[in-house]
Design a protein around this ligand. Structure first.
Ligand code: PLP
Length: 420
Protein backbone atom coordinates (compact mmCIF):
# COMPACT_ATOMS: atom_id res chain seq x y z
CA UNK A 1 0.00 0.00 0.00
CA UNK A 2 1.23 3.51 -0.79
CA UNK A 3 1.82 5.60 2.30
CA UNK A 4 0.39 9.13 2.33
CA UNK A 5 2.69 12.18 2.37
CA UNK A 6 4.40 12.54 5.73
CA UNK A 7 2.37 15.52 6.87
CA UNK A 8 -1.09 14.22 5.97
CA UNK A 9 -1.46 11.14 8.17
CA UNK A 10 -3.76 12.79 10.66
CA UNK A 11 -6.15 13.98 7.92
CA UNK A 12 -7.47 10.42 7.52
CA UNK A 13 -9.97 8.79 7.17
CA UNK A 14 -11.30 10.17 3.87
CA UNK A 15 -14.92 11.28 3.50
CA UNK A 16 -16.08 7.67 3.07
CA UNK A 17 -14.36 6.69 6.28
CA UNK A 18 -11.48 4.88 4.61
CA UNK A 19 -7.95 4.51 5.83
CA UNK A 20 -6.41 3.28 2.56
CA UNK A 21 -8.18 -0.04 1.90
CA UNK A 22 -9.50 -0.31 5.45
CA UNK A 23 -12.46 1.02 7.39
CA UNK A 24 -15.53 2.17 5.47
CA UNK A 25 -19.19 1.45 6.14
CA UNK A 26 -20.15 -2.16 5.49
CA UNK A 27 -23.63 -2.00 6.98
CA UNK A 28 -27.15 -3.08 6.06
CA UNK A 29 -29.32 -0.60 4.12
CA UNK A 30 -31.41 -0.04 7.22
CA UNK A 31 -28.39 1.07 9.24
CA UNK A 32 -27.00 3.45 6.62
CA UNK A 33 -29.22 6.47 7.50
CA UNK A 34 -28.21 6.06 11.16
CA UNK A 35 -24.48 6.04 10.56
CA UNK A 36 -24.83 9.00 8.17
CA UNK A 37 -26.81 10.96 10.75
CA UNK A 38 -24.23 10.14 13.41
CA UNK A 39 -21.45 11.22 11.08
CA UNK A 40 -23.09 14.59 10.50
CA UNK A 41 -23.82 15.10 14.20
CA UNK A 42 -20.28 14.20 15.18
CA UNK A 43 -18.71 16.53 12.60
CA UNK A 44 -20.90 19.39 13.83
CA UNK A 45 -19.99 18.68 17.48
CA UNK A 46 -16.29 18.40 16.67
CA UNK A 47 -16.34 21.88 15.17
CA UNK A 48 -18.38 23.40 18.00
CA UNK A 49 -16.28 25.08 20.73
CA UNK A 50 -19.20 24.74 23.18
CA UNK A 51 -19.16 20.95 22.80
CA UNK A 52 -15.39 20.80 23.31
CA UNK A 53 -15.63 23.08 26.35
CA UNK A 54 -18.32 20.90 27.94
CA UNK A 55 -16.26 17.77 27.26
CA UNK A 56 -13.10 19.35 28.67
CA UNK A 57 -14.95 20.36 31.82
CA UNK A 58 -16.15 16.79 32.46
CA UNK A 59 -12.72 15.36 31.61
CA UNK A 60 -11.15 17.65 34.21
CA UNK A 61 -13.64 17.41 37.06
CA UNK A 62 -15.27 14.00 36.61
CA UNK A 63 -12.66 11.85 34.85
CA UNK A 64 -9.65 13.46 36.55
CA UNK A 65 -7.59 14.65 33.58
CA UNK A 66 -4.88 15.45 32.77
CA UNK A 67 -3.32 12.18 33.88
CA UNK A 68 0.34 12.47 34.99
CA UNK A 69 3.34 11.52 32.88
CA UNK A 70 5.56 9.58 35.27
CA UNK A 71 9.25 8.70 34.87
CA UNK A 72 9.53 4.99 35.75
CA UNK A 73 13.03 5.28 37.15
CA UNK A 74 13.41 1.82 38.71
CA UNK A 75 11.97 0.03 35.69
CA UNK A 76 14.36 2.02 33.48
CA UNK A 77 17.34 1.09 35.67
CA UNK A 78 16.20 -2.54 35.65
CA UNK A 79 16.11 -2.68 31.85
CA UNK A 80 19.33 -0.67 31.44
CA UNK A 81 21.18 -3.38 33.32
CA UNK A 82 19.31 -6.24 31.68
CA UNK A 83 21.35 -7.70 28.86
CA UNK A 84 22.11 -4.39 27.14
CA UNK A 85 25.25 -4.36 25.03
CA UNK A 86 27.44 -1.77 26.70
CA UNK A 87 24.59 -0.98 29.12
CA UNK A 88 22.00 1.72 29.11
CA UNK A 89 18.59 2.21 27.64
CA UNK A 90 16.07 4.96 26.99
CA UNK A 91 14.11 6.46 29.86
CA UNK A 92 10.69 4.78 30.27
CA UNK A 93 7.73 7.02 31.06
CA UNK A 94 4.20 5.94 31.99
CA UNK A 95 1.18 7.89 30.79
CA UNK A 96 -0.97 7.28 33.86
CA UNK A 97 -4.44 6.72 32.38
CA UNK A 98 -5.05 4.05 35.00
CA UNK A 99 -5.69 6.95 37.39
CA UNK A 100 -8.84 7.99 35.54
CA UNK A 101 -12.26 7.54 37.15
CA UNK A 102 -13.21 3.84 36.66
CA UNK A 103 -9.53 2.91 36.34
CA UNK A 104 -8.87 2.92 32.60
CA UNK A 105 -8.93 4.97 29.41
CA UNK A 106 -12.41 3.81 28.33
CA UNK A 107 -14.14 6.64 30.20
CA UNK A 108 -12.53 9.23 27.85
CA UNK A 109 -14.51 7.82 24.93
CA UNK A 110 -17.71 7.17 26.91
CA UNK A 111 -17.78 10.77 28.14
CA UNK A 112 -17.36 12.10 24.60
CA UNK A 113 -20.06 9.86 23.14
CA UNK A 114 -22.64 10.41 25.87
CA UNK A 115 -22.35 14.17 25.42
CA UNK A 116 -22.86 13.62 21.70
CA UNK A 117 -25.90 11.37 22.34
CA UNK A 118 -27.45 14.10 24.50
CA UNK A 119 -26.76 16.68 21.83
CA UNK A 120 -28.55 14.41 19.33
CA UNK A 121 -31.55 14.17 21.65
CA UNK A 122 -31.13 10.44 22.24
CA UNK A 123 -32.68 9.16 25.47
CA UNK A 124 -31.59 5.51 25.57
CA UNK A 125 -28.02 4.20 25.43
CA UNK A 126 -26.98 0.72 24.30
CA UNK A 127 -23.51 -0.82 24.28
CA UNK A 128 -21.74 -4.13 23.88
CA UNK A 129 -19.13 -5.43 26.27
CA UNK A 130 -16.80 -8.41 26.43
CA UNK A 131 -14.86 -8.34 29.68
CA UNK A 132 -17.23 -5.75 31.04
CA UNK A 133 -14.84 -2.80 31.24
CA UNK A 134 -16.58 -0.86 28.49
CA UNK A 135 -19.94 -1.82 29.97
CA UNK A 136 -18.89 -0.39 33.33
CA UNK A 137 -17.63 2.85 31.77
CA UNK A 138 -20.87 3.18 29.76
CA UNK A 139 -23.07 2.43 32.78
CA UNK A 140 -21.07 5.05 34.70
CA UNK A 141 -21.74 7.91 32.27
CA UNK A 142 -25.38 6.80 31.88
CA UNK A 143 -25.82 7.02 35.66
CA UNK A 144 -24.19 10.45 35.65
CA UNK A 145 -26.63 11.77 33.02
CA UNK A 146 -29.68 9.80 34.15
CA UNK A 147 -30.11 7.87 30.89
CA UNK A 148 -31.35 4.26 30.71
CA UNK A 149 -28.57 1.89 29.70
CA UNK A 150 -28.79 -1.55 28.08
CA UNK A 151 -25.60 -3.59 27.86
CA UNK A 152 -25.35 -6.57 25.50
CA UNK A 153 -22.96 -9.17 26.81
CA UNK A 154 -22.26 -12.70 25.61
CA UNK A 155 -23.80 -15.26 27.99
CA UNK A 156 -20.39 -16.90 28.40
CA UNK A 157 -18.92 -13.53 29.38
CA UNK A 158 -21.76 -12.79 31.84
CA UNK A 159 -20.74 -16.00 33.61
CA UNK A 160 -16.99 -15.27 33.43
CA UNK A 161 -17.14 -11.61 34.47
CA UNK A 162 -19.45 -11.60 37.47
CA UNK A 163 -17.84 -8.68 39.34
CA UNK A 164 -18.28 -6.36 36.34
CA UNK A 165 -21.87 -7.56 35.82
CA UNK A 166 -22.54 -6.64 39.45
CA UNK A 167 -20.89 -3.23 39.02
CA UNK A 168 -23.01 -2.47 35.96
CA UNK A 169 -26.20 -3.43 37.82
CA UNK A 170 -25.18 -1.25 40.78
CA UNK A 171 -24.84 1.62 38.34
CA UNK A 172 -28.39 0.98 37.12
CA UNK A 173 -27.69 -0.75 33.80
CA UNK A 174 -29.74 -3.60 32.36
CA UNK A 175 -27.62 -6.54 31.17
CA UNK A 176 -28.87 -8.60 28.23
CA UNK A 177 -27.05 -11.96 28.00
CA UNK A 178 -26.53 -12.98 24.35
CA UNK A 179 -26.74 -16.71 23.68
CA UNK A 180 -26.29 -16.70 19.90
CA UNK A 181 -22.98 -17.89 18.42
CA UNK A 182 -20.45 -18.67 21.13
CA UNK A 183 -21.93 -16.11 23.49
CA UNK A 184 -18.93 -13.79 23.42
CA UNK A 185 -18.07 -10.24 22.35
CA UNK A 186 -18.69 -10.50 18.62
CA UNK A 187 -22.17 -11.94 19.23
CA UNK A 188 -22.91 -9.11 21.66
CA UNK A 189 -21.87 -6.58 18.99
CA UNK A 190 -24.24 -8.16 16.45
CA UNK A 191 -27.10 -8.02 18.95
CA UNK A 192 -26.39 -4.36 19.78
CA UNK A 193 -26.47 -3.49 16.06
CA UNK A 194 -29.83 -5.25 15.76
CA UNK A 195 -31.22 -3.25 18.69
CA UNK A 196 -29.96 -0.02 17.12
CA UNK A 197 -31.79 -0.64 13.81
CA UNK A 198 -34.97 -1.55 15.68
CA UNK A 199 -34.96 1.50 17.97
CA UNK A 200 -33.75 4.17 15.59
CA UNK A 201 -35.80 6.99 17.12
CA UNK A 202 -34.45 7.22 20.64
CA UNK A 203 -31.37 4.99 20.84
CA UNK A 204 -27.66 5.78 20.71
CA UNK A 205 -25.14 2.92 20.22
CA UNK A 206 -22.01 3.66 22.24
CA UNK A 207 -19.14 1.59 20.75
CA UNK A 208 -16.19 0.95 23.04
CA UNK A 209 -13.18 0.76 20.75
CA UNK A 210 -11.87 2.37 17.56
CA UNK A 211 -13.78 -0.10 15.34
CA UNK A 212 -17.24 -0.39 13.74
CA UNK A 213 -18.59 1.52 10.71
CA UNK A 214 -17.43 5.08 10.01
CA UNK A 215 -17.55 7.46 11.90
CA UNK A 216 -16.89 5.29 14.99
CA UNK A 217 -13.18 4.51 14.39
CA UNK A 218 -12.38 8.20 13.80
CA UNK A 219 -14.67 9.45 16.56
CA UNK A 220 -13.40 7.05 19.23
CA UNK A 221 -9.84 7.91 18.19
CA UNK A 222 -10.56 11.61 18.53
CA UNK A 223 -11.98 11.15 22.03
CA UNK A 224 -8.97 9.03 23.06
CA UNK A 225 -6.44 11.36 21.43
CA UNK A 226 -6.52 13.44 24.60
CA UNK A 227 -4.01 10.82 25.86
CA UNK A 228 -1.48 11.60 23.14
CA UNK A 229 -2.05 15.37 23.21
CA UNK A 230 -1.36 15.47 26.93
CA UNK A 231 1.64 13.12 26.66
CA UNK A 232 3.13 15.23 23.86
CA UNK A 233 2.84 18.48 25.84
CA UNK A 234 4.07 16.80 29.04
CA UNK A 235 7.17 15.34 27.34
CA UNK A 236 8.01 18.71 25.81
CA UNK A 237 7.68 20.30 29.23
CA UNK A 238 9.57 17.63 31.18
CA UNK A 239 12.28 16.60 28.70
CA UNK A 240 12.28 19.54 26.29
CA UNK A 241 11.79 17.14 23.38
CA UNK A 242 9.37 14.62 21.93
CA UNK A 243 9.69 10.96 22.90
CA UNK A 244 11.56 8.63 20.53
CA UNK A 245 8.91 5.93 20.78
CA UNK A 246 5.35 5.40 22.04
CA UNK A 247 4.19 1.94 23.13
CA UNK A 248 0.66 0.69 23.87
CA UNK A 249 -1.30 -2.54 24.16
CA UNK A 250 -3.77 -3.43 21.40
CA UNK A 251 -7.25 -4.89 21.84
CA UNK A 252 -9.54 -3.08 19.42
CA UNK A 253 -6.87 -0.40 19.34
CA UNK A 254 -8.45 2.63 21.04
CA UNK A 255 -5.90 3.37 23.77
CA UNK A 256 -3.05 2.84 21.30
CA UNK A 257 -4.51 5.08 18.57
CA UNK A 258 -5.32 7.66 21.25
CA UNK A 259 -1.65 7.79 22.25
CA UNK A 260 -0.28 7.49 18.70
CA UNK A 261 -2.47 9.91 16.81
CA UNK A 262 -0.99 13.25 17.94
CA UNK A 263 2.48 11.88 17.03
CA UNK A 264 1.64 10.57 13.53
CA UNK A 265 3.40 13.40 11.75
CA UNK A 266 6.42 13.47 14.07
CA UNK A 267 9.62 11.49 13.90
CA UNK A 268 8.42 9.21 16.72
CA UNK A 269 8.24 5.41 16.51
CA UNK A 270 4.77 4.03 17.25
CA UNK A 271 4.64 0.45 18.52
CA UNK A 272 1.49 -1.52 19.34
CA UNK A 273 1.62 -4.78 21.29
CA UNK A 274 -0.91 -7.50 20.47
CA UNK A 275 -1.78 -10.41 22.74
CA UNK A 276 -0.09 -13.64 21.63
CA UNK A 277 -1.99 -15.68 24.24
CA UNK A 278 -0.55 -19.20 24.44
CA UNK A 279 1.69 -18.36 21.44
CA UNK A 280 1.11 -17.44 17.81
CA UNK A 281 1.39 -21.04 16.60
CA UNK A 282 -1.02 -22.34 19.29
CA UNK A 283 -4.07 -20.91 17.50
CA UNK A 284 -5.06 -19.43 20.88
CA UNK A 285 -4.20 -15.76 20.70
CA UNK A 286 -5.69 -12.34 19.92
CA UNK A 287 -3.04 -11.02 17.52
CA UNK A 288 -5.33 -10.05 14.63
CA UNK A 289 -2.66 -8.14 12.68
CA UNK A 290 0.30 -10.43 13.33
CA UNK A 291 -1.72 -13.63 12.98
CA UNK A 292 -4.84 -12.70 10.97
CA UNK A 293 -5.79 -11.40 7.53
CA UNK A 294 -8.10 -8.71 6.11
CA UNK A 295 -11.87 -9.22 6.05
CA UNK A 296 -15.09 -7.47 7.05
CA UNK A 297 -16.59 -7.50 10.55
CA UNK A 298 -18.84 -5.08 12.45
CA UNK A 299 -19.19 -2.67 9.57
CA UNK A 300 -15.54 -2.17 8.66
CA UNK A 301 -12.74 -3.79 6.70
CA UNK A 302 -9.72 -4.67 8.79
CA UNK A 303 -7.44 -7.48 9.94
CA UNK A 304 -9.37 -10.35 11.53
CA UNK A 305 -8.73 -13.72 13.08
CA UNK A 306 -10.50 -16.11 10.70
CA UNK A 307 -10.36 -19.67 9.49
CA UNK A 308 -9.83 -20.78 5.87
CA UNK A 309 -13.55 -20.28 5.15
CA UNK A 310 -13.57 -16.75 6.53
CA UNK A 311 -15.37 -17.75 9.74
CA UNK A 312 -14.35 -15.43 12.59
CA UNK A 313 -12.34 -17.23 15.25
CA UNK A 314 -12.62 -16.62 18.97
CA UNK A 315 -9.66 -14.74 20.33
CA UNK A 316 -7.76 -15.84 23.43
CA UNK A 317 -5.76 -13.74 25.86
CA UNK A 318 -5.18 -13.89 29.60
CA UNK A 319 -6.30 -10.28 29.44
CA UNK A 320 -10.05 -10.15 28.81
CA UNK A 321 -9.77 -6.64 27.37
CA UNK A 322 -7.47 -7.77 24.54
CA UNK A 323 -9.71 -10.68 23.67
CA UNK A 324 -11.18 -9.23 20.42
CA UNK A 325 -10.81 -10.99 17.03
CA UNK A 326 -10.46 -7.71 15.06
CA UNK A 327 -8.61 -4.42 15.22
CA UNK A 328 -9.56 -0.83 14.45
CA UNK A 329 -9.06 -0.08 10.72
CA UNK A 330 -6.61 2.78 11.29
CA UNK A 331 -4.12 0.32 12.80
CA UNK A 332 -4.51 -2.02 9.81
CA UNK A 333 -3.55 0.93 7.59
CA UNK A 334 -0.67 2.08 9.81
CA UNK A 335 0.66 -1.46 9.79
CA UNK A 336 0.53 -1.99 6.01
CA UNK A 337 2.03 1.43 5.32
CA UNK A 338 4.80 0.90 7.85
CA UNK A 339 4.06 4.05 9.90
CA UNK A 340 3.46 1.96 13.02
CA UNK A 341 4.98 -1.36 14.12
CA UNK A 342 3.19 -4.20 15.82
CA UNK A 343 4.73 -6.84 18.06
CA UNK A 344 3.25 -9.42 20.40
CA UNK A 345 3.54 -10.61 24.00
CA UNK A 346 2.31 -13.96 25.33
CA UNK A 347 0.20 -14.57 28.46
CA UNK A 348 3.33 -15.71 30.32
CA UNK A 349 5.33 -12.65 29.30
CA UNK A 350 2.50 -10.34 30.37
CA UNK A 351 2.26 -12.13 33.73
CA UNK A 352 5.97 -11.65 34.34
CA UNK A 353 5.81 -7.96 33.37
CA UNK A 354 2.73 -7.47 35.59
CA UNK A 355 4.67 -8.64 38.67
CA UNK A 356 7.82 -6.78 37.70
CA UNK A 357 5.94 -3.47 37.42
CA UNK A 358 4.18 -4.00 40.75
CA UNK A 359 7.44 -4.65 42.58
CA UNK A 360 9.66 -2.11 40.86
CA UNK A 361 7.25 0.81 40.59
CA UNK A 362 4.53 0.20 43.18
CA UNK A 363 1.97 0.23 40.37
CA UNK A 364 -0.23 -2.83 39.77
CA UNK A 365 -0.99 -2.57 36.06
CA UNK A 366 -3.97 -4.09 34.27
CA UNK A 367 -3.07 -7.21 32.27
CA UNK A 368 -3.63 -5.23 29.05
CA UNK A 369 -0.79 -2.71 29.55
CA UNK A 370 1.25 -5.58 31.04
CA UNK A 371 1.58 -6.75 27.40
CA UNK A 372 3.16 -3.40 26.50
CA UNK A 373 5.33 -3.63 29.63
CA UNK A 374 6.54 -7.04 28.41
CA UNK A 375 8.07 -5.42 25.29
CA UNK A 376 9.09 -2.01 26.66
CA UNK A 377 12.51 -3.18 27.87
CA UNK A 378 13.65 -4.35 24.44
CA UNK A 379 12.23 -1.19 22.85
CA UNK A 380 14.02 1.05 25.38
CA UNK A 381 17.30 -0.75 24.60
CA UNK A 382 16.74 -0.35 20.86
CA UNK A 383 16.16 3.37 21.33
CA UNK A 384 19.22 3.56 23.57
CA UNK A 385 20.61 5.82 26.27
CA UNK A 386 19.45 9.44 26.17
CA UNK A 387 16.19 8.48 24.45
CA UNK A 388 12.65 8.50 25.81
CA UNK A 389 9.87 5.94 25.51
CA UNK A 390 6.27 6.61 26.57
CA UNK A 391 4.14 3.62 27.56
CA UNK A 392 0.39 4.00 27.94
CA UNK A 393 -0.58 2.66 31.38
CA UNK A 394 -4.14 2.38 30.16
CA UNK A 395 -5.65 0.54 33.13
CA UNK A 396 -5.08 -0.48 36.72
CA UNK A 397 -4.79 -4.09 37.79
CA UNK A 398 -7.30 -4.42 40.63
CA UNK A 399 -9.73 -6.17 38.27
CA UNK A 400 -7.07 -8.74 37.34
CA UNK A 401 -5.69 -9.89 40.68
CA UNK A 402 -7.75 -13.11 40.79
CA UNK A 403 -6.84 -14.01 37.21
CA UNK A 404 -3.18 -13.47 38.06
CA UNK A 405 -3.48 -15.46 41.30
CA UNK A 406 -5.06 -18.38 39.40
CA UNK A 407 -2.44 -18.24 36.65
CA UNK A 408 0.43 -18.23 39.14
CA UNK A 409 -1.09 -21.08 41.15
CA UNK A 410 -1.33 -23.09 37.93
CA UNK A 411 2.30 -22.43 37.13
CA UNK A 412 4.16 -23.04 40.40
CA UNK A 413 7.41 -23.17 38.46
CA UNK A 414 6.59 -20.03 36.47
CA UNK A 415 9.84 -18.23 35.63
CA UNK A 416 8.32 -14.91 36.74
CA UNK A 417 8.25 -16.13 40.33
CA UNK A 418 11.89 -17.08 40.47
CA UNK A 419 12.97 -14.03 38.53
CA UNK A 420 11.79 -11.52 41.14
C1 PLP B 1 -10.56 -2.46 27.00
C2 PLP B 1 -9.18 -2.28 27.41
C3 PLP B 1 -8.10 -2.39 26.49
C4 PLP B 1 -8.29 -2.80 25.06
O1 PLP B 1 -9.03 -1.91 24.28
P1 PLP B 1 -8.35 -0.90 23.27
O2 PLP B 1 -9.50 -0.39 22.49
O3 PLP B 1 -7.37 -1.65 22.44
O4 PLP B 1 -7.68 0.16 24.06
C5 PLP B 1 -6.83 -2.15 26.93
N1 PLP B 1 -6.59 -1.83 28.21
C6 PLP B 1 -7.56 -1.71 29.13
C7 PLP B 1 -7.19 -1.32 30.51
C8 PLP B 1 -8.88 -1.92 28.76
O5 PLP B 1 -9.86 -1.80 29.68
Amino acid sequence: MNAPAANTWSAYPDARGRFGDYGGRYVAETLMPLVLELDGAYRAAKGDPAFQAELDDFLTHYVGRPSPLYFAERLTAHHAGNGAKGGGCARIWFKRDELNHTGAHKINNCMGQILLARRMGRTRIIAETGAGQHGVATATVCARFGLPCVIYMGATDVERQKPNVFRMRLLGAEIVPVTSGRGTLKDAMNEAMRDWVTNVEDTYYLIGTAAGPHPYPAMVRDFQAVIGREARAQMLERAGKLPDACVASIGGGSNAIGLFHPFLEDDVRLIGIEAAGHGLTSGQHAASMTGGRPGVLHGNKTYLLQDDDGQILDAHSISAGLDYPGIGPEHAWLKDSGRAEYRTATDMEALAAFQECARLEGIIPALEPAHALARVGEIAREVGRGGDVVLNMCGRGDKDIYTVADALAGHADHPAETKL
